[in-house]
Structure formats: C-alpha cells, structure tokens
Design a protein around this ligand. Structure first.
Ligand code: NAP
Length: 280
C-alpha cells in the first residue's frame, strides 16, 4: 500500500523565528486559489542551516523563504541566479531539474510595486537612492535592469555606497548626504531604502519640494504604512509607492515557483496584512 501524497509545503527559514507576515500572505493565496498546500515557519539556528537546507526536500518542502541571519549563507548551499549573486543574498529557494535554486525576489517586489502604483516610472533617466544596505542592493539591481541610466546613491557611510557602486558599475554614483539637496531637482525617482522614517528610528529630512513635478517617490519602510516622506510627496501631488506594496509583490514569485500558480496582490490581501501590522 502506498501512503497518500502530502500536499506541497514551503517554509520560512530564520533564526530566531521572528514574527513574519509571510504565512498570512501565502495562506491567503492558498485559500483563495483553492490550492491544497502549506507554509510554515522553521526556526533554524546557524549551526543547523547547512543540514536543514541540504535536506529541504527530504523534510517534505518544495521550497523556502530565507530571512535573517541566513540570506547570505544560503548562496553557498544552492545555485543562485544572477540577481542573488549580484545582491549577495537570497530570500527564496526552490527546486528545478533536481537542483536547489536561489533568487532574490526583493528586486521584482520593488519593480512590480512601482509598475502597479506609478506606471511609466522606468522612463526616469536619473534616480536618487537613499541608503546602501541589503535592500538598496536589490533596488539598484532593479533600477539598472529596467534601464535607469544613472543612480545617485547617497549613504551615511560613504564606503558602503562605494562598495555597492563597485559591484554595479559606472551607472551608480556614490554620494554623501550633503549632496542630497543638489541631486533632488534631477531625480525623476526618489527611493528611501534607509530605516529612517520607521517607527522608533530617526526622521528622514528630505525636502520633496525640490523634486521635479513628474517625480515618483518610493519608500521601503512600511511601519508606519504612510511615512512622513510619502505624506509629503502626496501633499505635493507626486505619485508614490509604499513599502507594504513591495512586501506583498516580493512574495508573488516564490508562491508561483512552489505552487505553480501566479497569485495576485489584491486589495483584500493588502487590507489583511495592514490589519496585522496595525495590531502588531
Ligand atoms: P540595512 O542593511 O541595515 O541598511 C540600513 C540602511 O539605513 C543603511 O544604508 C544605513 O546607513 C541607513 N541608516 C540607518 N540608520 C541611519 C541613520 N540614523 N542615518 C542615516 N542612515 C541610516 O537594512 P536593509 O535590509 O537594507 O533595510 C533597510 C530598510 O528597508 C528597513 O526599514 C527595512 O524594513 C526596509 N525593507 C523593506 C522591504 C519591503 O519589502 N518593503 C524589503 C527590505 C527592506 P549606514 O550604511 O551608514 O549604516
């Protein structure tokens, strides 16, 4: 007698097992698409990562999300695509042709969110990106992939922006914060990838009045949902894209790779995650 096939399941690998919105998002899609499947959080200490990832399939998983502190280390345990390699971190694992593959879906999360919120954003010639951490790497990759010709990269620690520019080439120009006022009038797209503006962090002091009238403003921060930067941009009549939109859009590809259907970022899903963030 053969045992009944188990429904496909994916997991989130992190340490510690922090509160994440990913189960809420993937359970919503499984439910609304009528797919029998699962998504669970797996707390995996650093010393166990290798064994856990190499036995992912034996453990019954069709793939995984990867979060802090494992996003860099999984590259050596899988076959990363060009995005994951350039960014130096992966957040999504899946199997293809018997091989464990890795990618970084923050790139398409960022770009798809802008496509949905501010179509035509990629006609921008010059973009101004604030911050040079892990999220900035995904954003810069996405900007260059979509043909933005020049990316001004402003960071508190200049050396970090310089290292990022070394990876991505001459289109990325590192700069210090004192250059921001001079760069704003040239930027058709402004992206905040720093943690400034987030609850409990410092304020982001940017005069959006200096941006051109056609500029688009994106903020990766999603707590609060409406950051002061986004409020000021809206008050000026500029188009905006928020951090929650990016969070939802980055989950689309993983779900599609694991469960075989491309899900939609609906207003119902957004409301569900918004409510969870509000009550956190
Ligand atoms: P990270 O690697 O730690 O980088 C943090 C960045 O913020 C660095 O550029 C850092 O500058 C800058 N920064 C922090 N405090 C600052 C201050 N007081 N003044 C000036 N700059 C400051 O973090 P990350 O992973 O890139 O994440 C950055 C933000 O993006 C977080 O708010 C995160 O929640 C958000 N995020 C959102 C999404 C989404 O889906 N919406 C996805 C990824 C990340 P230094 O280099 O000088 O320290």
């Amino acid at each position: 007698m053969t045992s009944p096939a188990r429904p496909p399941a994916a997991c989130l690998i992190g340490w510690p097992a922090a509160h994440s919105r990913s189960p809420l998002i993937h359970h919503y899609w499984l439910r609304t698409l009528g797919i029998e499947g699962g998504y669970v959080i797996e707390a995996v200490p650093p010393d166990d990562l290798r064994d856990f990832v190499l036995r992912l399939s034996l453990r019954g998983f069709v793939g995984a999300n990867v979060t802090i502190p494992h996003k860099e280390k999984v590259l050596a345990l899988s076959t990363p695509d060009a995005r994951a390699q350039a960014i130096g971190a992966a957040n999504t694992l899946w199997f293809a042709d018997g091989e464990l593959r890795a990618t970084n879906t923050d790139v398409e999360g960022f770009a798809s969110n802008l496509d949905a919120s501010a179509p035509g954003w990629d006609k921008a010639e010059e973009a101004l990106v604030l911050g040079a951490g892990g999220a900035a790497r995904a954003v810069v990759f996405g900007l260059l992939e979509r043909g933005i010709k020049r990316v001004h990269l402003v960071n508190r620690t200049l050396s970090r922006a310089e290292r990022l520019a070394e990876t991505f080439g001459a289109a990325v120009e590192p700069a210090t914060w004192d250059k921001v006022r001079g760069l704003l009038p040239r930027a058709s797209l402004l992206v905040n990838t720093t943690s400034l503006g987030m609850h409990g962090q410092g304020a982001l002091d940017i005069d959006v009045g200096l941006l051109p009238q056609h500029a688009v403003v994106a903020d990766l921060v999603y707590v609060p949902l409406q950051t002061e930067l986004l409020k000021a941009a809206k008050a000026r009549g500029l188009r905006t894209a928020d951090g929650l939109g990016m969070l939802l859009h980055q989950a689309v590809r993983g779900f599609e790779l694991w469960f075989g259907q491309r899900p939609q970022v609906t207003s119902e899903l957004r409301a569900l995650v918004e409510a969870d963030l509000t009550h956190a």
